[in-house]
Ligand binder design. Structure first.
Ligand code: BDR
Ligand code: CA
Length: 332
């Protein structure tokens, strides 16, 4: 049961589960720039690259932001019921974050509790108020439910970047990368009792930053400039070569903006199943019947709030405002 009610002046507690990843880094920059958001913890998961690399990048970003006070813990290194599949280093660079020393080469000081305990403890410390933001495969989130079976009743909301309810995939013609990385975990997470907002390719692929704006941000000093200057160009080159446009797709930043601007998205409620077999493995299927009846495979599953469209001009403008503010960090 959610017991949290918004109060002016109160910052909202957030835990981010992530696989950084260039667009994860951009999303983290947003979260740390949002004045009414308080990032309480970071957990890492395999995805864009191996777990150790993702953890190294997440810890490096915290160091860059001057926020080594935030607990960080490593989670799952492989999917719950399958072998580790391919990575996305061809999108994000050989080090997972642009291949150009975007983050300091720090040895991560990890929280000894590990990711599942950290998620459960943070939910307990902010009972009914914590918002989870999942930017990678849903392996940690499903495992956290195993670890704490009432977690879904104890957090305020789960925001997911993942899936493709209404259109094609990006990892395969049928599936989005985060969901394809662990469809079994995703099906568990979409079937649990929490309030879930899913921000999938239906909106994220349309949310793009032109290269000119990337270059503007790269010219800034501070952590924002460093990430846009060193991490983003590899990702930008990928989109130029693979999709033929001059700019980047803002997948994870789109999901992060739900924290502060849910009204810039149109939400379609529907239960979701995740295909786990065959060539459609990883496809998120909504049941869109609205007569209050769903076929047996969807019956009894909660409605997921699925982002169907977004006000992309205003979202990009709001993101630019946050990124332009920069961050006070401890680097030059
Ligand atoms: C998602 O997959 C990852 O490569 C990105 O970081 C994003 O979370 C997009 O499909
Ligand atoms: Ca990601």
């Amino acid at each position: 049961m959610n017991t949290f009610s918004d109060q002016p002046g109160l910052k909202r507690p957030v835990l981010i589960d992530t696989d950084p990843g260039v667009d994860d880094a951009l999303a983290l920059l947003l979260a740390f720039a949002m004045p009414d958001i308080d990032v309480k913890a970071i957990t890492t998961v395999f995805g864009n690259g191996p777990l150790d690399m993702m953890t190294h990048n997440a810890a490096g970003l915290l160091s860059l932001f001057g926020r080594t006070d935030i607990p960080i813990a490593a989670g799952c290194s492989k999917p719950r019921d399958a072998e580790l599949g391919g990575d996305a280093l061809f999108v994000h660079g050989p080090d997972g974050i642009g291949g150009n020393k975007a983050v300091p080469d720090t040895t991560p000081e990890l929280d000894p509790r590990g990711a599942l305990h950290l998620i459960a403890d943070t939910a307990s410390a902010h009972e009914g108020a914590l918002i989870l933001v999942a930017l990678g495969p849903l392996t940690n989130i499903a495992a956290a439910l195993d670890h704490d079976p009432d977690l879904d009743l104890r957090v305020r909301e789960l925001i997911i970047m993942g899936g493709n309810a209404f259109g094609p995939g990006n990892a395969t013609p049928t599936a989005e990368a985060n969901i394809l990385n662990d469809p079994e975990a995703a099906d568990i997470v979409f079937g649990a009792r929490w309030t879930v907002r899913m921000v999938g390719l239906d909106v994220t692929e349309k949310l793009r930053m032109p290269s000119q704006q990337r270059r503007e941000l790269a010219a800034q000093t501070g952590p924002v400039g460093r990430v846009f200057d060193r991490a983003v160009p590899f990702y930008e080159d990928f989109y130029r070569n693979a999709a033929g446009f001059d700019g980047i797709v803002l997948h994870d930043p789109a999901a992060m903006m739900v924290l502060t601007h849910p009204n810039l998205f149109d939400w379609q409620p529907a239960p979701i199943r995740v295909e786990t077999l065959g060539m459609s493995r990883g496809k998120t299927w909504p049941s869109l019947r609205n007569e209050g009846w769903h076929p047996p495979d969807w019956s009894g599953r909660p409605n997921i709030q699925i982002a169907r469209t977004s006000d992309k001009e205003n979202l990009l403008q709001e993101m630019m405002t946050l990124w332009r503010q920069g961050l006070v960090g401890n680097h030059t």
